[in-house]
Structures are given as C-alpha cells and as structure tokens.
Ligand binder design. Sequence first.
Ligand SMILES: N[C@@H]1[C@@H](O)[C@H](O)[C@@H](COP(=O)(O)O)O[C@@H]1O
Length: 261
Amino acid sequence: MLVSNLLKSQSVDHLSVNVYSSEFELALGAAQIVREYLMNILDQQTEARILLATGNTQIQFLDALIALGGVDWSRLVLFHLDEYLGIKAENTASFCYYLRERVEKKVKPKQFHYIKGDATEPLTECDRYANLLKTQPIDLCFLGIGQNGHIAFNEPSVANFNDPHWVKLVKLEESTQQIQVKQGYFPNLDAVPQYAYTVTIPTILSSKKIICLASGINKAGIVKTALEEEITVSYPVSILRRHQNAHLFLDAHSASLLQNR
Ligand SMILES: N[C@@H]1[C@@H](O)[C@H](O)[C@@H](COP(=O)(O)O)O[C@@H]1O
C-alpha cells in the first residue's frame, strides 16, 4: 500500500496539524488515518456515523478513502453538512448530487440521510434533520474550509459557537457565492442560491473526531489567521482548536504562510 509523506506535525491548542508535500499526499494521509479509525470503531460498535463535507478539497480524499478499501461501508450511516435552499437533488450543483455520485453509488452505505434542499417547508426540514442528528451521535466529521473561514455554511456573519440550533438556514456571503461560480458549479452569480441549510457549529463539535482538509494557496491566508490569531466567530474554523480530537490536514501551499511551517 502507498504510504503518504508527512512533512511536519504540530499542535495548535488542541488541534493537531499535519502538513504534506502535495494535495495528493494530504488526501492519502488523511484517508489512511480515517480508514484506521473507522476499522477500529467498527471493531467496537455495530455501526458508525459520519458527517460528510463537499467541495473540491474532499474529492481526492474521498477517492483515496474508497480506493484504499478495508472499510465496511454497509455498517456506516452517512449525513452531510449543508445544502442549498431550494435546490433539487438532481441538480448537478447540489451537494446531494455530489455525494450520491462520489460516495453513495460507489460504496453503498447502510443509509445516507440527505438534507432535502427543495423541501417545501424549510424550517420543518431543519427540524427533521436536527432530530436525526440528535438521536444518532456522529463518530466522525469531515470538513473543508471556506476562504472566509466558514465550516459547512457557518459563514462568519452567522456563525455562533453557542448556537441553540442543530441545523439552520443561513444567508450566504457574496464571496462564497462567487467561489461557487468560479469553481464552475453555477453559470453566474444570479444562479447561486442566496440561502442554504447548514449543520451548526455545536453540532459539528459534538462529533467524536473531526478531520478538516485545506489545500492550495487560496487557503493559505485563512489557515494562518485561524491558527495564529484569536479563536473567534470571525474565523469560524478557529474553533477547531478547542475540540479534543480535531485534525487539520494541509499541503505545502495552504501551510505556506504559517510562521513555524
Ligand atoms: N459549503 C461548502 C463547505 O462545506 C466546504 O467545506 C467549502 C470548501 O470548499 P473547497 O474544498 O472547494 O475549497 O465549500 C463549500 O462552501
């Protein structure tokens, strides 16, 4: 089996930070650690629950995790972090579509609970999804980081470390919408939904283990701020420094502005 090449490992408060030479090494390194963890917990419990992220950074990681094998996906129950309001599951820009194509169809999990983007009663949909999460504690959560520091769709403008909600509706920041256009998911800004469902920060933090990935030079600024400045909702991802079992995986580009890289 391929072994990934770890350049550096350090801790920032409780958060462990691994730096790899490339995005491929990062994906492989994270996949190997996740594989080991899942195999261990499935030795101890009959099923495990994962909260999945979307975004381009997850692609190589999910591919690597699936390709490595050894994980019994038929004992995994899957959830996801966020979805656009009003979008249909068949829309290729929806996170549901992404996860169906990249994960569900390939591994056939025990169950995949999707947020219904086009639900007619959005607040009822928030409650439905929140109730599923309340009764099925999450063993593992995958995260990416937005360039403004958001995790899931907890934008700096709406992030709350003590959020009373488990799942909520949020307004997306224009910079986030622009990135979705730039990445080719939507043809123009007007086509990007203005609102989205997101699992909130306390729900993310209730996960037993968190695996957060950030690669590329576009993430270098937020990675530096989140690790070297104070922990604040202005940079929601900074809260991972307070979680007892959170791991941040970087490549040489996203780690390039760190003081002690
Ligand atoms: N809502 C998603 C986030 O859950 C994801 O973490 C982020 C990072 O995306 P990327 O990996 O493409 O940079 O993108 C979107 O905003």
